[in-house]
Every structure is written in structure tokens, then in C-alpha cells.
Design a protein around this ligand. Structure first.
Ligand code: 5GP
Length: 207
């Protein structure tokens, strides 16, 4: 039974703990998952490396990628382009790995339009109060940045119901386990198993 990998998108409020969640999921199931690395025109932050967190490219290079149809989706976020390179995602899925895109909402909805089987997961803290506590708890952001992120969360919440599942990140291990289970359960979907179904029909007729 040949079966390709699942495409899953993970979005969520800034401060929901997506980064930690992704790291833990990939640590626990290194062979199963591939995390897509996006291209962006924003500058690298301290500690970020080209080809690890992002492919950091110029606006011209990014527009060339759009022109060559090399991106699955792209979006503008706070004045910079972000996009998902197509070839890596398709190669990994073909090799049977489940590919995760950690992207914002507009991109997520565009991916779903292109690939309707995409699983859309939205990560959130258990409450708005907890989101605010986590953002403040980082201790690295100014009050203005915290306000901006909270304002953006209000906008993003409008789209939460377009996701397939909401993952409440209260307990990290439990959240990682739920995410893994949700993605793995997609392998059983009929739309993922059309070849198997066709073979089974054929073989049954030959009995
Ligand atoms: P940051 O600049 O903080 O790394 O990312 C800003 C936002 O862009 C985050 O919400 C992140 O998930 C999103 N993002 C990262 N890569 C992509 C991408 O390839 N496409 C889209 N649409 N959003 C992305």
C-alpha cells in the first residue's frame, strides 16, 4: 500500500508556544516529520542562520521565486514577504514524510485552497489572560510590541474557526501528543488511500 506524507499547517497566536511545540514534536519523531523552511525578505535575528530558520533572500530574489512558481504560497506579514518553497515540501511528501508548515493564517488558507487535504491546526493558550501573561513573561518585548501582538491576536481569532482543529497548549507533552495523533490519524483518511481502495477493488474481483 503506497501512501504519501500528510501536509499539516500549524498556526497560532504569537506567544502560544508553537516554536517549542514544533521542536519537541520533531525531537520525538525525527524520522516521521519534515519541517518546511520558508523564504523571507526580513533580516535574520540574532542567532538565526540562513537555511536553518529561514532562507533569507532579497525582495528581488523573492519576486523571482514568485515568477518561477517556486512557492506553494506567499504572504506579506508586517512589511515583509514570507513564502513556502514548493520543491522541498513535495519531495518530502513523496518520500512518505509528514510535512509541517508553520505559517500565518493567510498562507494557511491559501495552502488549503491549493491542497484541500491539508490539515489545519491552530495552537492557542487556554485563555486570553494566559496569552497576555506569556507575552509579558518573555520579558524581551516592549509594551508597544506586546500591545501589537495582542491586537493582532484579536484579528487572528476571527479565522480560528476555519481551522480543522484547535490545540490548547496548556501542558506541552499533552499538546505534542495530541498534535502527533491528529496528524497520524490523517493517514487513514479515504482520500489518502485511493490507490489502496482501487487495488482492493481489483483484487476482490479477481478472487
Ligand atoms: P517571524 O518573522 O516572527 O519569524 O514570522 C512572522 C510570521 O510569519 C509568523 O506568523 C510565521 O508563522 C509566519 N511565516 C513564516 N514563514 C511563512 C511562510 O512561508 N508563509 C507564510 N504565509 N507565513 C509564514
Amino acid at each position: 500500500m503506497s501512501q504519501k506524507g500528510i501536509l499539516a499547517v500549524v498556526s497560532g497566536f504569537s506567544g502560544a508556544g508553537k516554536g517549542t511545540l514544533m521542536k519537541e514534536l520533531l525531537k520525538q519523531h525525527a524520522d516521521q516529520y519534515a519541517l518546511s523552511i520558508s523564504a523571507t525578505t526580513r533580516s535574520p535575528r540574532v542567532g538565526e542562520e540562513h537555511g536553518r530558520e529561514y532562507f533569507f533572500v532579497s525582495k528581488e530574489e523573492f519576486e523571482e521565486m514568485i515568477g518561477q512558481d517556486a512557492l506553494i504560497e506567499h504572504a506579506c506579514y508586517v512589511g515583509n514577504y514570507y513564502g513556502t518553497p514548493k520543491s522541498y515540501v513535495l519531495e518530502q511528501m513523496e518520500a512518505g514524510r509528514d510535512v509541517i508548515l508553520e505559517i500565518e493564517i493567510q498562507g494557511a488558507l491559501n495552502v488549503k485552497k491549493k491542497f484541500p487535504d491539508t490539515l489545519l491546526l491552530f495552537v492557542t493558550p487556554p485563555s486570553a489572560g494566559e496569552l497576555e501573561r506569556r507575552l509579558r513573561g518573555r520579558g524581551t518585548e516592549t509594551e508597544d510590541v506586546i500591545r501589537d501582538r495582542l491586537k493582532r491576536a484579536v484579528e487572528e481569532a476571527e479565522y480560528m474557526d476555519q481551522y480543522d482543529y484547535i490545540l490548547v497548549n496548556d501542558d506541552l507533552d499533552a499538546c505534542v501528543a495530541s498534535m502527533h495523533e491528529l496528524i497520524q490519524s490523517q493517514h487513514g483518511k479515504t482520500s489518502q488511500n485511493l490507490e489502496f481502495i482501487a487495488e482492493m477493488k481489483q483484487e476482490l474481483k479477481q478472487l
